[in-house]
Design a protein around this ligand. Structure first.
Ligand code: BF8
Ligand code: SF4
Length: 632
């Protein structure tokens, strides 16, 4: 199988092979064939009596684990635990932001502040905090405490859930018992009910997992709100992408991971350290670039170039020009220090919960944020001095990419056409068929799929059918690296209706060109931005999200976080495509619940289809079915 369709990745994979450097692709091949029991979800290690494996056919092996758990139970429990893993990750990210805001409110994080007052006040109003005459510090303290209260057991539904979904969706969640009591508590509940001897009913376990995923949505919404308040709501910005964003004459520093709490400080301090970098011999100073979702956070707020999406993160080191990777948490390959050993690159971990053997750990703390940022940047400058210039191999690929299309930014562009009723042009163009529907592209790269192939083929097929594309996370990273976040891509690939709409909006926005073919709505945690637009449209039309021609896809999904996001997309009522077969095929019952029963219960359901062309047909069919239901 081809490893990647990204030309910069292809070039550096060859370079890695020539230098005998092992990457994720090599390690994947070394794993083959992967265990069939694990692949189908039929392996359980939830107690010390195991591991237990189930023969899916009950012919050559046992039909139940030692405790009696069947294939259906084991598969449902495994899926539920991965959803809990994803939810715990997003929730921890959200909590980190709430703690930062709380510390700022108490004067314990002086380098932070309220960047977007407008959003701050809007969120306060939405969650019901009275503003009357209180200073920002006091309001921020109240908001942070309300946010932190979302995580433990509550008697009332989470505020960030009930104030952000349609009334119909909330009633549906209530009716099906899908309202989490708290965001951490829902994760704990999944861990409890999936341990040996608790919940053995696969359908009940799946409902518990969906409830947890609703908690995931809630925590993500909260995270995006607090990020925007602390660091600014993204607005359209031009940046560039690919590994060619690294510079020969600069100290190249990648910020990698997910949370903007650290990377915002790095951005703020890097400018002021130009002279230090120049004194070390880097005539262009410090060149910050992004990897994974931290990369999106700084691209959409500051136009920082985007080096790579997840799967090719090791290749950034193989350029020989990366002086330091400053990492926070999530999706960071533990292999980075091993690859870095062959170069001069400093791998700098910063979070107490995310250390990597072989990396240098500089503990970050909000109280001394600016100082800590300068400390890690100094280590990058030191590493630069050791760079072997003869080994520098920066691929000559670089694409433009427009980022920063937050929900607020999209509404602002629409308001240029229709100031009194910004959603009207979008709705009108959906009704008149210029736009067939909307598809949210999310999720990771997965080594099981040629890197970016599913993303690129699927998105081209959908835009040709006039589907409006929103994208986040590694999907957005992939599009950025393939030049698809540009007006040129719209002209080249969009169907006539979509092109006309994007052209009209682009001209209204003063671009003198169409809006990009895909709208970059943020990092992975920002998938709720798309949900908020869908909810606003549904509310305006007096329908539920499950009736709208809106679908989601994670064509190269890998991480537990992608599983939990996909599951809440289904809970919100969206047909949701996954391009990698998840480990559930050992239970036809679980497959049926996810792909069929869910549709009856929630309106949303999973479509599993590895082939991008077939996936495009299925998503288009789902959009047309929704249109038919609305009579348009
Ligand atoms: O949160 S898309 S590989 S980088 S999990 Fe990770 Fe997947 Fe990328 Fe961002 Ni999301
Ligand atoms: Fe085996 Fe049951 Fe223990 Fe799982 S929980 S390892 S199926 S005995």
């Amino acid at each position: 199988m081809e490893r990647s369709i990204s030309p910069d990745s292809v070039l550096l994979i060859k370079a890695a092979q020539a230098a005998s450097i092992t990457t994720a692709w090599d390690r994947y091949e070394a794993q083959l064939p992967q265990c069939g029991f694990g692949e189908t979800g039929l392996c359980c290690r939830h107690c010390l009596q195991g591991p237990c494996r189930i023969d899916p056919f009950g012919v050559t092996g046992p039909k139940a684990g030692i405790c009696g758990a069947t294939a259906d139970t084991i598969v449902a429990r495994g899926l539920a635990r991965s959803i809990a893993g994803g939810t715990a990750s997003h929730s921890a990210h959200a909590k980190h932001l709430a703690h930062t805001m709380l510390k700022w409110s108490r004067g314990e994080a002086p380098d932070y502040g309220i960047k977007d007052k407008d959003k701050f006040y809007k969120v306060l109003d939405r969650v019901g905090i009275a503003r009357d005459g209180k200073i920002d510090e006091q309001l921020a303290g109240e908001l942070a405490k309300l946010a932190l209260a979302e995580f433990s057991e509550r008697e009332e539904p989470p505020v960030w859930l009930k104030t952000t979904v349609t009334a119909g969706r909330m009633a549906k969640f209530q009716q099906l018992g899908l309202i989490p009591q708290g965001l951490d508590s829902t994760v704990a509940e999944v861990m409890h009910r999936t341990t040996n001897g608790v919940d053995a009913d696969p359908v009940n376990i799946l409902l518990g997992a969906i409830k947890c995923a609703v908690g995931d949505y809630t925590g993500m919404y909260l995270a995006t709100d607090l990020s925007d308040i602390l660091f600014g709501t993204p607005a359209p910005v031009m940046a560039s992408a690919n590994l060619g964003v690294l510079k020969e004459n600069a100290v190249n520093v990648a910020v990698h991971g997910h949370n903007p709490v650290l990377s915002e400080m790095i951005v703020a301090e890097a400018m002021g350290m130009k002279a230090e970098a120049q004194a070390a011999g880097a005539s262009e100073g410090i060149n910050l670039v992004g990897i994974c979702c931290t990369g999106h956070e700084v691209m959409m707020r500051h136009g920082i170039p985007y080096a790579t999406n997840s799967l090719s993160q090791e290749l950034a080191i193989v350029t020989g020009a990366l002086d330091a990777a400053i990492v926070d948490y999530q999706c960071i390959m533990p292999s980075l220090p091993e690859v870095a050993k062959k170069y001069h690159t400093a791998i700098l971990t910063t979070m107490s919960i995310a250390k990597i053997p072989g990396a240098t750990h500089i503990e970050f703390d909000e109280k001394h944020a600016g100082e800590k940022a300068r400390e890690v940047l100094r280590l990058a400058i030191e590493a630069f001095k050791k760079r072997d210039r003869a080994r520098v191999n920066i691929p000559p690929m670089r694409n433009d990419a427009m980022a920063g299309m937050s929900a607020e930014a999209i509404v602002k562009v629409l308001a240029l056409v229709s100031p009194d009723d910004p959603l009207k042009p979008l709705i009108d163009n959906i009704v008149n068929g210029n736009i067939l529907g909307v598809c949210l592209f999310a999720g990771c790269n997965d080594v099981k799929i040629t890197q970016d192939k599913n993303f690129v083929e699927l998105v081209k097929a959908l835009v040709a059918e006039n589907v409006l594309i929103l994208c986040t996370g590694c999907a957005a990273g992939s599009f950025a690296r393939h030049g698809l976040l540009t007006p040129e891509a719209t002209n080249k690939y969009a169907g006539p209706g979509l092109k006309a709409v994007l052209t009209a909006l682009g001209h209204a926005a003063g671009l003198n060109a169409p809006l990009p073919m895909a709208l970059h709505t943020g990092s992975c945690v920002d998938n709720t931005r798309a949900a908020s637009i869908a909810t606003a449209i549904a509310n305006k039309l007096g329908v539920d999200v499950s009736q709208l021609p809106v679908v989601a896809t994670a064509p190269e999904a890998a991480m537990e976080k992608a599983v939990s996001i996909g599951t809440w997309a289904v809970a919100m009522g969206l047909p949701t495509h996954v391009g990698v077969v998840p480990p559930v095929t050992g239970s036809p019952l679980v497959v049926q619940v996810l792909t069929q029963t869910a549709k009856d219960l929630l309106g949303g359901y999973f479509i599993v289809e590895p082939d991008p062309k077939a996936a495009a047909s299925k998503l288009v069919a789902a959009l047309k079915e929704r249109r038919l239901g609305l009579g348009i």
